[in-house]
Structure formats: C-alpha cells, structure tokens
Design a protein. Structure first.
Length: 404
C-alpha cells in the first residue's frame, strides 16, 4: 500500500489482459504492444484486491459530502494531488424506480472532477510542471481547477465555438486557453507534451485511449450507487468516448469481485445521432470506430471516434447503445428541469434513452453528467423585460396560466 493508502499494483492492457506494465509512469498513449496505427487499446489499473477489505471499506451508508475521492483511496491510483471535495453526489428518485445521479453537484459542476482528481495526481506523481488537455467543455474546466489546486500550470486547447461559461471558468482558474480549429487540437497537444513536458490528461491517439488513471475516478459512481439502492437493473450513461461508461461498469465488477454483490447492471451507452461511433463499433464487432460528425447541440458527447473501453462495457454487461436525436435530448432536459434538475443538454441523454427503450425490470439509474450552465446558449439573455405596472405584470402572469 502506498503512503496515500492506494493498493494499485500495475497497469494492464485491455487489448491483451496477459500484458502488464509497472504502475509508473502512467501510459497515456495506450498499450504499446497491442495498439496499431489505426486502433489504440487502452490500459487499466490492477489492485491488490485481497487486501482491499471490501466489507469494511463499503460498510458506511455513503461518502460524506465534501470528503472527495479519498474515502475510496485503496481502490484508486495514488491520490497525490489535493482534492476539491469531488464525488459524493446525490442519487435522486426522479419517479418510482428511476434515479438520477446528479453529477452537476461536483466542484466544477460535472462528472469530470472524478477523472481529473486522478489524472492530476498522475501529473504530480511524475513531477510534471503542468497538464495539457484538448477540450471545449467539462473536461477543460475541471482540469484547470484541479491543476490550480495542485499548483500546476494548465494549457487548454479549446475549439473555436467554446461556450462562454466554459471560457469564464478556464480564465478564472488561470489556465492558458488556446482556441484552435478542431482538427488541430490533438496534434498541437502532442507537441506541448513532447517539447514542454506537460502531462496529457486527455486523448493523444487515433481512436480513444485517454489516460490510464482517468476512468478509475469514475468507478466511485458505482461505489456510491450501491449503498443506496444496490445494483440497478441498468445504468444509462451519456457517452462520448466511453470512459465514464467503462468506469462505472468497472466499479460494479469490483463490487462483485469483493463479494459485495452477485449481480451486475446492464450498461446503456447514450450517444447523439450526429455521430455515434460506439454504436457503429458494436454493430460491426469492431474495437473502435470513426464516423463523420453532423451538427448537434450535444457538443459534450459528440465524437468522431470511439474507444475500446466502451465496447467492453456494452459487450460484457449485455448492454446496448441508444442513438438519440437532439429533439429527444431537449424533451428529456425539459422533464428534468420541471423536476428541479437543470442539466446540460448532453447530460440529459440518459433519461432520453430510458424514454426511447423498453423499461428494464427493476430500478434504473440515469447519469446526469453536468450543469445546464455549460451549454453554449448560456450567456445570452432570452427573457423579455416587463414594465413595472400591475397591468403588464398581470398580463405576463395570465399568459403563463397564473390567474387571480
């Protein structure tokens, strides 16, 4: 066990589980022995599960608010970067048998805080002077916050249509923000890594691998769901590259490995119809796929490429991929808002998929990934002013269905 309590032992190839690597340094370009020029296979993290003492670790009802991921330190990579109270988000019963895991309650209002606690720790662990990320949304905002907390520099290659709220986030945290055309982000990021020694906390490969430590942070969502409702029949996950989908799946498989459950949920990946590379990979039995991207408002989860992690989660759980139009996403977001939950359009994909598919038997969880503040439309006022006379106020109220 490391000084921070981690039982992490090594990195293991997902392309060939017989291949392992030392825990350090984290492999940010996938498995070098199984990957090719066209397909990159990720690596994961192994732990000394025999020493994990699962019943004791998971005996409490759930992590206290503000405790961060440290409660789960034995089953995470070494958390050597300071946290921000990430995790411990509420599980809200939206309607009988349907629960919303509201990840907007994280420090930067998205699920990415769980990932970036782990990836920033990796940067600190290897002695990097800073981190670099390609993102125009939640990932960049979260990475900038955790870098600031750890005293590291942060460079963010954003797209030219970055939402105003995200731009404000990034600059507030002191990140170096570089909006560039979409196709230029990854090549420029590689040069920053190679020439300046910054640690990459987002993808560097042709198909998605991401960071070896990142999805480990997402496991804690499963750890938090289990004490509240056990193992749900299905988990509906907004899906871009599939890291969140895989991380939650791995968390439930670890709960079974530790003897805390005999069941596993079906994982439902929820992709926008504007791209849906994971749907293509699953349909044709591919480890990953590349597709053309059409316009969509669901910018946080639209992607031209998928990764092998998503295929594993869908295949091994007996799950499926739901492909959703923007109209379905808007309808689901409206439902959530009327119940007091304001989510980014992409974050409503879980509920949208639930509404489009036959309802599973048993409780289900829809992951709501981030706050509505992250949408591109936020920052422009849409409400018409009203004259300060009762006649005008009354007219507006009557138009809304509120009458004397």
């Amino acid at each position: 066990m490391t000084a921070d309590g981690s039982l992490a032992l090594r990195q293991r190839s997902l392309g060939d589980p017989a291949i392992t690597y030392p825990l350090w340094p984290p492999l940010t370009g996938g498995c070098p022995r199984t990957s090719t020029g066209d397909i990159a296979y990720p690596v994961g993290v192994d732990y000394d599960y025999e020493r994990a003492q699962g019943p004791a670790l998971f005996s409490a009802k759930g992590p206290s608010r503000g405790a961060g991921l440290d409660r789960w330190a034995p089953l995470l990579p070494p958390l050597v970067a300071p946290g921000l109270g990430e995790g411990g988000t509420p599980l809200i019963e939206f309607e009988p048998g349907v629960f919303i895991k509201d990840e907007s309650r994280n420090p930067t209002w998205s699920h990415k805080d769980r990932l970036n606690r782990c990836t920033t720790s990796a940067a600190v662990g290897v002695g990097a002077p800073g981190i670099v990320v390609a993102s125009s949304g939640n990932h960049g905002a979260s990475a900038a916050a955790f870098a600031a907390r750890a005293g590291l520099r942060c460079v963010v290659f954003a797209g030219p249509d970055m939402p105003p709220a995200v731009d404000a986030f990034l600059n507030a945290y002191g990140a170096v923000v570089l909006p560039v055309p979409w196709a230029a982000r990854w090549p420029l990021m590689r040069q920053v890594v190679d020439r300046m020694g910054l640690h990459p906390v987002s993808n560097l490969t042709p198909t998605h691998t991401g960071h070896a430590f990142g999805p480990e942070g997402y496991k804690t969502i499963a750890y938090e769901i289990h004490p509240d409702i056990g193992v749900p029949a299905a988990v509906f996950v907004p899906t871009g590259y599939g890291e969140l989908l895989f991380g939650i799946w791995k968390g439930f498989t670890e709960l079974r490995r530790l003897g805390l459950t005999g069941r596993l949920p079906r994982m439902v990946a929820c992709e926008p119809a504007a791209a849906a590379p994971l749907a293509r990979a699953v349909r044709y039995g591919l480890p990953a796929a590349q597709v053309d991207v059409a316009p969509t408002e669901a910018y946080s989860i639209v992607s031209a490429v998928s990764g092998y992690r998503g295929v594993i989660a869908v295949r091994d759980s007996g799950g499926q991929v739901a492909v959703l139009g923007d109209g379905q996403l808007h309808a689901a977001r409206g439902e959530l808002a009327r119940a007091g939950l304001w989510t980014e359009l992409s974050g409503a994909a879980g509920l949208a998929a639930l509404r489009s598919l036959p309802r599973p038997d048993g409780p289900v969880v829809c992951i709501s990934t981030s706050s509505g503040f992250k949408d591109r439309a936020v920052g422009s006022r849409t409400t018409e002013s009203v004259a300060p006379q009762w006649e005008e106020v009354s007219r507006r109220l009557r138009a809304a269905g509120i009458r004397e």
